[in-house]
Design a protein around this ligand. Sequence first.
Ligand SMILES: *[C@@H]1O[C@H](CO)[C@@H](O)[C@H](O)[C@H]1NC(C)=O
Ligand SMILES: *[C@@H]1O[C@H](CO)[C@@H](O)[C@H](O)[C@H]1NC(C)=O
Ligand SMILES: *[C@@H]1O[C@H](CO)[C@@H](O)[C@H](O)[C@H]1NC(C)=O
Length: 951
Amino acid sequence: MKLWVLTIILFGIALGDLSDADKKRFDCHPEKDASQQNCEARGCVWSELQSSDSFLPWCIQKADKIGYKVTAQNGNNYTLMKNDGPKSPWDTDIQQIQMVVKSIGKVLNVKIGKDGRYDPPVDLPKIAVDSTDSLTLQVNDKSDPFSFVVQRQSNGRRLFDTSIGGLIFTDRFIQIATYLPSKFMYGWGENIHKQINHDFTRYLRWGMLARDEPPDSGSLDTKNLYGVQPFYMVLEPEGNAHGVLILNSNAQDVTTLPAPGLIYRTIGGNLDMYFFPGPTPEDVITQYYNFIGKPFLPPYWALGYQLCRYGYKSLAEAESVIQTMRNAGIPLDVAVFDIDYMMRYKDFTIGSGWENLPAYVNQLHDWGMRVILIWDPAIQVDYDTFQRGISSGARFIEWEKSSQVQNALNDLYPLTKGKLTMLGVVWPDRHVAFPDFLDTSGQTAKWWSAEFQQFYQQVRFDGSWIDMNEPSVFGTNEQDPCVIVFFGYYHNSDHPNAPPLFCPTSGDDSYWENAPYLTQAVYQYDGSALYTKTLCMLARTANRTQPFYNTKNLYGWSEAKATKAALQGATKQRGAVITRSTFPSIGKYAGHWLGDNTARWEDLQTSVIGAQEFNMFGIPYVGSDVCGFIGATTEELCLRWQQMGSFHSFFRNHNDNGSPAQQPTVWPTVAAATKKANLFRYRHLPYLYSLHFAASLRGSPVIRPVFFSFPNDELTPTLSYQFMWGPAVLVAPVVTQGSTSVSVYLPGGIWYSIFDYLEYQSVAPGKNDYPAPTTSNIPTFIRGGYIVPRQNPNVTTVDSRKNPFGLLVALDGTHTANGEMFWDDGITIADDITTLDYHRFQFKFFDAPTSGSLTIERTNKANNVPLPTLDEIIVCGYSNTPDLTAFTINGKQVNVNMQTSSYSPFTQILTIKTNNLIDLTTAETILVKWNAKAPTNNHENHVRYRFNDLI
Ligand SMILES: *[C@@H]1O[C@H](CO)[C@@H](O)[C@H](O)[C@H]1NC(C)=O
Ligand SMILES: *[C@@H]1O[C@H](CO)[C@@H](O)[C@H](O)[C@H]1NC(C)=O
Ligand SMILES: *[C@@H]1O[C@H](CO)[C@@H](O)[C@H](O)[C@H]1NC(C)=O
């Protein structure tokens, strides 16, 4: 409870001047030019109030009176009629709407809307995971306006309470608001958050509309980035957690109110809300993953290190960089090629200077490496890929009617002349069209697959990186589109200045472009519109059934779905798809990288938060552009980023066109630190892969905020820059310049260091400084009670996978520890993971006064997956004195190599290491046992004994 008191004092400084009413103002004029006159013209109230919060709105809605009345109820179907309160400030209130309440297992669904309005066609499996708690719904149907409350059954805590007012439902503006039970809210995306928890010390509004927009971590910035993730979790005062998904694909925003509360606004579709009861944070995420669809299992190699840059002049330059990595012995699995490899940026082509790519890819395969290529969705309309699309019936996004078509563009190309195809400009030299991946006929996905198959005959890629899929369009409605994103397309000698797309901005055709409320995703920027950097909102998508206005946020989702199928169809292997734009449930098809960040310390910091958020969003295969994409990195920043990134599932060093080289071998210190960090990562890949396997099988997150494991610890809810690798490992990266140590908070319990400092020894819980010189790995700890499977590393995962396994055992106060390992071939297509040929082992360790024992139970057996032997057991916190001369496996005496095994009663580290010690294939249950005696408590010799010295 102490935390809440502390927080209130801090808030008191900023907001002590605000009355309760002023902590829940509903902004009525989010555009930049608010005045009393234009506020009142909108039917709202002008109320000036000086405050330390510069975001506090002065133009406010009469929210408490705005809303609907319940006029009829048919079971869980409530008829709502617009009340006599104020009208919507934007668009025309829809007089009658319905609220339908459903339980899907313990998940509560409240849907407010109207038949026939748009629902995103994401095929959610909605698997119901049980909970120890339930949610109840109270509808205050006699009040005007009506409201409802979602409550936690076990303690009555109000989780969602719309009595704050402000329910609005119009065609192009929808608003719902709620009080929140605490100020510890997580999630909503995709935005840059400087802290893992949202900030309720002031009003903030976050835009959500897929946009080709590089993150800006330099200062507070609420702008919308590449994807849309309307999901949040709240940690309640009792340490329980719940989650909420609002399944809506229109442009939207969320405003946090100091009350605490939130206002959610969207400009189309329905309010389709799903409440996940938890009650632990991990339960919430498991419920969420199962509901939206558990994430795809990355192939084992995709957890290896990846190297990329934009701006290689030729394949030869890339080859020489990769060679420096090999020479330095730095673990590296994947070469990733950006748009440089294409012929003038056209998909499914190979450019000049890259003719040897197919042969080089074969060479990389011989070295045990893999290759990921980039694809953009935009297809130039005058070459054979587009021709085949047209002739095979693939659909491309179109104008609504012929009077809207920009004939000056469409007439340039035989394949688009006289057609409705909406043309835009992206990287290719001539105009492009956008495949309609939501086309329900299946022809578009079929053509995309056929193109992948055909290209695969030329070059044997292993993975697919899909970029620019917001979708990004250059220069839309710009008379002189000078500088687009950071790279500059127009007025750049590499590009021919193709005339851009123009969307109608007046008249009947502008109904969608000129929606009355444009969301923070537009208000954030000067001179922006919904179509900025993208296609026109009136464009027809989903086989012409929907305006792009409804489906834009699904473009990346639908492309990822088609691309996963295309990749697997071509390669017949699992493969990995990485996407820039995301939407809930995309994790089934793809992972995500955090976009075009900048080489700054702030960007390293926010990428630590971003990876934790995307694990909550159901996309655990996530990471950042290591060392920073835009701008010149520095030796120290790159080193620290390599170290931190080595704990992210997607681990790729990537650089912008024109920035100085930043592969680790540029600096001896970075090369050394990367090699060391990568070897640590590769040693622990059996654990990381098992976490992903569990994510795909059961729905558990891979990287987690620390509060997931310690929700009742008052210091964890705001810990932003430490994170957990599964339940067992805590990582505390260096994220600030010039640091040689890290202040680490280890919540109560037993912890052991697993990095250079006091390796494998017990360290005290609480807040302590740990040394972190650049020559050391970053502070990393294992939690008592857990067993982590490991493997001796090599420089590729192919070779690492042949090495013997080890177990890292961290004992807790009861002298026990548990763990598991999943192991399969790492490459077979795993769409239904339950049918995959895999081993699962369960490990249990017990350190008893007269014996030590490890039980290995194989709970799932693969028929055809080889298993290296288990040669090493390292036990942290082993308190009794072992006698390894009496070492048995299933009752049979086995000789332990005393030269390589050791025990120290001082450090309490037991190491058992012997070649071919345990053959995991011999039995379904293997009991490993040895004798021990209770310690004499006579630790005079504070040295580490060799085991054979001791006995
Ligand atoms: C709820 O009731 C309305 C009005 O009777 C009806 O149109 C609608 O289909 C119903 N919805 C559900 C899900 O039963
Ligand atoms: C797609 O649109 C075409 C042309 O409008 C129509 O003939 C076809 O039936 C539609 N297919 C589907 C699956 O909606
Ligand atoms: C790494 O792999 C290579 C190639 O298979 C092998 O020759 C070498 O012995 C391996 N090294 C280690 C340390 O596993």
